[in-house]
Every structure is written in C-alpha cells, then in structure tokens.
Design a protein around this ligand. Structure first.
Ligand SMILES: *Cc1c(COP(=O)(O)O)cnc(C)c1O
Length: 427
C-alpha cells in the first residue's frame, strides 16, 4: 500500500484481506489467544516468534490500524495507545529514565506540558523548555550531556504556533538524540514530519484521526531512521541486553526500523498497560478512511472563518497560519502547503465581557473543551479551562480574557460565518 498516494492509503492501508476474509477490519474482541503447545507460546514470550498472547500488550485489530498510521506517516512501525497522553508519555519514557533530560518546545498542549514539567519531573527526568521561535544557537544552549530527546508539536494546541521541524531536527541530531513530533493537528494528510527529519511521531487520535468525537486514543510511529547503536551510550534500554526478555538487545535483534516500537510494546505496554481497546481501534479506522476528505474541508472552513474574523472591527487579532498576516504564514507555506487544520483563535476587543456575551449568543457552534471533530465548537479559556486565573495572569500567559478558540467542523462554511456574525452583532 506504501506505493499508493496518501488518499488511497487512508482508505485501504494497513489491512489487505485474503480470499474470503472480512472486507472490514475485524474487531478481535478477545483478551487472550490459544496455542497448541507451551513451546509455541514460549517463543512469543521470548520474542522469538511474532504473534499474540494477551491484549494488554497487543491485539490484531489495533495492529491493522497502527500499520495504516505507519503507512500514512511514512514510518517503519507503529503502535496504538489508550490516549494521546499515553502516546507522548511512552514515546519519551521509552528512551528516558531517572537522570535524563528533555528539551521541549514551550508551545505544546497543556496536558503534555504538565506530563513533562510535573509528572515526569517526579520520576527524576528534567526538562528545559524552549520557544518554538528560538534560534539554532538558543536551541543548542538548552542541551546537556544527559539530554535524551527533543519534543515539539507541528501545530501547537492551542497556541497554533508552527514548528520549524527541520531546524529542531538538525539541532537534535547534532546532539545525538531523536526529535519527537506530536503531529495531532495537521495529521499526516497535511504534514508528514518524518519527511522533514523527525524521528518519532505521536498522535492524539482522539482529534482529527477519529474525527467524530467518538473514541479517545493515541499512536506512536517510528521513522526507523534514528541510529540508536551509533549513540549506544545514551540509549542503554535499546542498545544493551534486556534482562526482562532473556537478554535481547532490541536495536540488534529488531534493527533500526523495529527496535523502538518493539521495546515500547514489550516493556511499557506490558508494565503500564495503556492499550487502546480493539473497539476503539475499529472506530478510529472508520475515521481514518475519510481523513483525507475531511481534512480538506476542515482547512477550507478554517480559512474562510479566519478571513471573515480578520475583517471584523470587534476582533483585534486572529491566529491562523493560513492568513498572510499570521506570524507563521511563511513557515506554514513550507510545512503545510495544503493548509494546517480547522482550529482558529481570535481575540475580541471587549475582553472578558465581550467574550461572555459572544459565547452566550452562539447558536451553531457548541461550547466544548474538545477540538478537531466534525462539529464546530468554541471555547473561551478565561471563563472555562483557565477560570482560576485573573485577567492579568491570563494576559501574561498569552491567553487574554477575550480570546476564543474555535474548532471549525465540517458544516457549511457560510452557516459558520453567519453564526459568528450574529454572535458578534450581539457584543
Ligand atoms: C488532545 C491532545 C493531546 C492529548 O491527547 P488525549 O487523547 O486527550 O490524551 C496531546 N497532544 C495534542 C496536540 C492534543 O491536541
């Protein structure tokens, strides 16, 4: 399927039924798998043979869908996780341990920021945050001898900054560590970070990949391009024998293309068990089958809404990388030539009071904390997710009280604009 274009891979990738087999990916609703002899099963436990034994580690339904996502991103191997949070944690913890250090973009999803800055810090893993706009010199200065990974988001949620993937990859590689990129917002339809030098790609499949607000999930894809053995001193977990698997050295046995995901499955999935349910993997695949069709419409609606908002006197600022006025327009032209996603953020002139009035008057756009599904939704952080902060604290954090984040769904763009126009008129 890798020979076909991305639209075809969305529809048919990952699963090719044999003669008389189900046309749709079967949901293998089974916790366990049966074997004829203990020797057969022993080989699986020793990673001497490939196959399934317990759904906490691996399930065929999940693997069909993971294979599709690997084909979409242009990677060598992939796995599904129970959520995007689990995907980012696994991707980092697979190569970090107590005493390690991470360099991460400061412009990332709040949940990932907490994961790295608070929870992983408790595990003895340090972080240095850098702005996505940092120069190569500033990025270099953030690295230490114990740095094991660099992390960023292609289009950050919710700041909508665009990552200069090539610059980040160049710096990471100069320090002998991989670049991990969370590609949730553009999806592989609009950007494939591996083509720009990223080594590991992660997803919250909860967003556009599922696309219908139906199932929480995550994914990790390995590019197969990072040479772990060339930096064996930094990555002992991949490059020295694993006692919990009879002394297997992942990078030797599974090579550059398979080591990362095999270790992540065999150790982290075994020990933490953040597996996606096969039911959810099936729903995710239904979303993936139309991802290429939906992303184009999300972008069309996002662009139309952003242009409309920019023309409004009650709106002081619009962030959308498809607008010529946007700080990230140039870089988006390079990494996101077909557009980024359907999420737009904008600031109302009247601050908090205007935002409250505006939100109250929306008819079609729903008030939700979610983004990136078929139905348009809006959020005013000052009165919801960030309501414990004062107007001053909000301004300092770059989230002014009048800021609205809007996730444009798949409705008719004129209906979205009409809804915005009448809500603005009420302000
Ligand atoms: C939502 C999101 C996450 C977390 O994903 P969940 O599936 O909610 O756990 C991580 N990264 C980005 C960019 C997100 O938008």
């Amino acid at each position: 399927m890798s020979d076909y274009r991305i639209n075809t891979r969305c529809v048919q990738g990952g699963y090719t039924p044999g003669n008389g087999e189900p046309r749709q990916i079967p949901i293998i609703q089974s916790t366990t798998f049966k074997y004829d002899t203990s020797e057969d099963m022993g080989k699986l436990f020793d990673l001497e043979a490939s196959g399934y034994f317990y759904t906490r580690l691996q399930n065929p339904t999940n693997d069909f869908v993971a294979a599709k996502i690997a084909e979409l991103e242009g990677g060598t191997a992939a796995m599904l996780t129970s959520s995007g949070q689990a995907a980012n944690f696994f991707a980092l913890f697979n190569i970090c341990e107590c005493g390690s250090h991470i360099v991460a973009s400061s412009s990332i999803y709040g949940g990932t920021f907490n994961l790295i800055a608070v929870t992983m810090a408790k595990m003895g893993i340090d972080v240095t945050f850098v702005t996505p706009d940092a120069t190569e010199e500033e990025l270099n200065a953030a690295f230490r001898d114990n740095t094991r990974a660099m992390f960023g988001e292609t289009i950050a949620n919710p700041a909508l900054t665009v990552l200069d993937i090539e610059r980040f990859a160049r710096v990471a590689h100069a320090h002998g560590v991989p670049l991990i990129v969370d590609n949730t917002f553009p999806t592989p339809v609009n950007c494939r970070p591996i083509e720009w030098g990223a080594d590991i790609v992660t997803h919250s499949t909860t967003k556009y990949m599922d696309g219908h607000g139906a199932a929480v999930g995550g994914a990790i894809v390995d590019s197969g391009k990072f040479d772990w053995m060339a930096h064996a001193d930094k990555f002992p977990g991949l490059c020295t024998p694993d006692d919990s698997y009879h002394g297997i050295t992942y990078a030797e046995k599974f090579g550059q293309g398979g080591a990362f995901i095999t270790k992540c499955t065999a150790q982290l999935m075994r020990d933490f068990g953040c597996i996606q349910s096969p039911q959810n993997a099936f729903l995710l695949n239904l979303g993936l089958e139309s991802l290429h069709v939906r992303m184009a419409r999300h972008v069309e609606n996002g662009q139309a809404v952003a242009e409309f908002l920019e023309s409004q006197s009650k709106v002081t600022h619009v962030s959308y990388s498809g607008l010529k006025s946007d700080k990230y327009y140039e870089i988006a032209q390079k990494y996101l030539p077909n557009g980024g996603c359907g999420v737009v953020s904008f600031e109302l002139a009247g601050g908090r009071a205007a935002a409250e009035k505006f939100m109250k008057n929306l008819k079609l756009a729903a008030i939700e904390t979610h983004v990136a599904d078929a139905r348009t939704c809006c959020l005013n952080p000052a009165t919801s997710t960030h309501r414990q902060m004062t107007d001053e604290q909000l301004a300092d954090a770059g989230i002014p009280a009048g800021l609205i984040r809007m996730s444009c769904g798949l409705e008719d763009k004129q209906d979205l604009i009409d809804d915005l126009a009448q809500a603005l008129a009420a302000v």
